[in-house]
Design a binder for this molecule. Sequence first.
Ligand SMILES: [Zn+2]
Length: 863
Amino acid sequence: MNPSTTRPTGRFIRGRGRGGGAYRPYFYFRRNGRTIPAGGGGNTNAAARANFSGCRGQGRGATHNNYYTHPPNVILDSTFLRPECYAAPDDSHQAVQSYRADMPLPCPGWYLYFPQEPYKEESTLAQRIKAVEEHYTKNQNSYDLKQIQQDKWFKLDAIHVCDDKVLINVWPQLKEDMLERAQRTLATFAVAMHKVLTMDAVNSATSQQACDKNVYVPRCTLPRKIYVRPHGFAEINLISDLDRSLLGSLCTVRGVVSAIGIVEAAASWIAYQCPRCKQEQSMKQNGFYISRPYNCKKEGCRAKKNFIEQRSSPFTRITPQQIVQLQESNIQAPLDREFDSSNTLDVELRYDLVDTLVTGEEVIICGVIKIRTLDDEQNTNPSSSVYTSQIYMKAVSIHKAKHSGHIFTQRDMDAISMINSEPDSFKLLSHSVAPELHGEEIVKAGVLLSLFGGAGSQIHDEAEINVLLVGDPGIGKSHLLEMCAKISDRGTYLSGKHWSPATQSLTSALQGRTSDILTSGALTISKTGHCAIDDIDRLAPQQDILLQIMQSKIVSLPFHNLYATMSMPTSLIAAANSLRGHYDHSRPLTENSRLSTALLQHFHLVFLLLDKSNKDLDTSLTDHIKAIHDGIKKNTAIAERFDRKPKTNNSMNLSVNDDELDDEQYDLSVRLKLKIDICGEEELDLLPPILLKKFIAYARQRLRPLLNDEAAEALKSFYMSLRDKTGEEQRCNVTTSHLAGLICLSQARARVDFAEVVTKLHVRDVLCIVRHSIADTTLSDYVDRNPATTTAPTSQRGTVKKFIQMLELRAKALGRCMFNYDEIKDMAGQAGIACGVSNLVEIANLQGYLLKKGPNVYEVMID
Ligand SMILES: [Zn+2]
């Protein structure tokens, strides 16, 4: 009998110990609508369902029946215990269990689409099908029948359908039906296409010659079920707006794929043939066991068993399915909402849509709203049921959002053109980035340019501008970063302080109970957008990933069963604290932060945010704080104002009349600073973040500015002067990536003004910002007054310079460049530098004057 000794014991196992029914195993339990034998193994679940090796109806003691004979060492697999993205039950409301699979001649394939009702010749549905069919045959060039036959799906464009007068005549409320009774309408369109395809296949089969000895003519193949992929019927909704009232209707949402489940394939219908009268019937499969027919569907036939599986019949259908999670990326979504579950939506993909998405991809998905229960069937007690359910979407068409931009309302457009007509929109925008951070106009301007982004070249669509803020703690870096994440159209905020590789991943990771759900991390979610990383220095173990992204915009994902590379063009806006709690000006940047030189090289702008003690600043800061808290500077709703303002769309910001000023003397920070007069600080009517976000998204979507000759010349001369200066100034080497960064920044500056051409004036602003950034990071003779760091050398700069000059002179005099460490130490001693030589060597090495060639061997670089 049953080898009961190997059976695992568990809390689920109950029932009679031995003996029992003919077709059911004795030990089973139900979960999510499936009957699962204890120890049967969830792993073999899908496979067993797919390969039709059903056991139902088999007598007890059948030797090949593996549900009775548990192999040894079977561990009770718990994969069926609802994973995070679990497969929703397949149309459980569809009560039809089986149907006669004959094709009514006037409408072939009818039961594939309408299994629950018979075909009636004179019904309105039949008339509609006929009209749709005519529509297909009339517009042969829009519907490629051969291709549809092969793909089993076709695109249905709203414009084509709604323009067809004949069709609309027969079916006036077509559009409403499509939106409200989506599944039935889609089935109508599909069955008509099925009919057209069948006719086409039959016609081509009868017109061609028959098989003979020399020529093989393939048999006419009947089409399988056809799926309709509608396009352009529903407006784009917000994910948070979807609710139960929309059940069964067609909706479109825009979002970023944040998690992907595994692909499951199962036979949903299996066709059987009667052994006596050859009548075919199709049985619905929705449990763990294969359902087999009990009787023949033909009247008068009394066959009860030995039905034959028809695996090649069009009525046998295997359904691959996959669940993905979508996170809202609609520009109209309100900003004040924290990340929560109302911003995400589970989407079920089927058939050809399966496996078409990758994490971090932005898509527009059209689908039917459905509901699923989260409760265990067994626990749902009708008397005291706490019935929890969740909305999900069954996708019917997927559209990549890469080339379809955001949709702006008329109100948005009015506000955008109003901002653009401000006398100095650059000032207004950069002050609106982080109103609570006082001063630091140049930093805000630099961050704003990063948010606008470069227009890219012919190879890349977008070009990233990476910004790094280094500074003392408590200056407001985190606040600035949070605002950036909010304002960017695809922004995420990541804090190195609360980050751990176990719980979050930067790129993508396999998660879930069985590690089969691919989730995306912060960098993947903000692909083509901005990732604001606070405390980037704490992500030290992940610096190679960050470096890889900044260098090549490609990241590789090594998983145990898959190796993938993903393109990840994400701009980084990062912040790092100074290493000793206080920034030390006498040391280079690499010694003040925990970031590697290679990583620092890839930031286009590096700013210092320091706690400078300055009396003027302090008084104005106090005023600023007072003003904010008194409510003077409240963000006035922009919509209120633009009724009164004349709408002059002055796209170029030419109100700056200091053109005559020399480039070197021009100071952007003065221009951007709020003017102070007798009544206090100048008041700017700051923009709310949502408007800023829309403005930036609009500019990014619309504009691809190109440099004119003057601007290119100005950039070139600045770059050349930078290259020349590297010898004297003590700074990281200037490379071509800096030139690319300069071009991107100039393009971003032009986008602020909605300009198609980058002019000299734009470049001037950018150069000013870049000069600030460079000045911030060069060594200075700034005397460090912080008592905590007084032990550090205060005026090392002069020593470094002297040391390098000495090395160069010696190298020239001796006629060789290679020295070992002892020689260098001797030379330094002769020049009067007694201590700290190893430190000097290190600094010279970092700055590229000394190259380490081997253990204790250095090469002096002479230019
Ligand atoms: Zn029969």
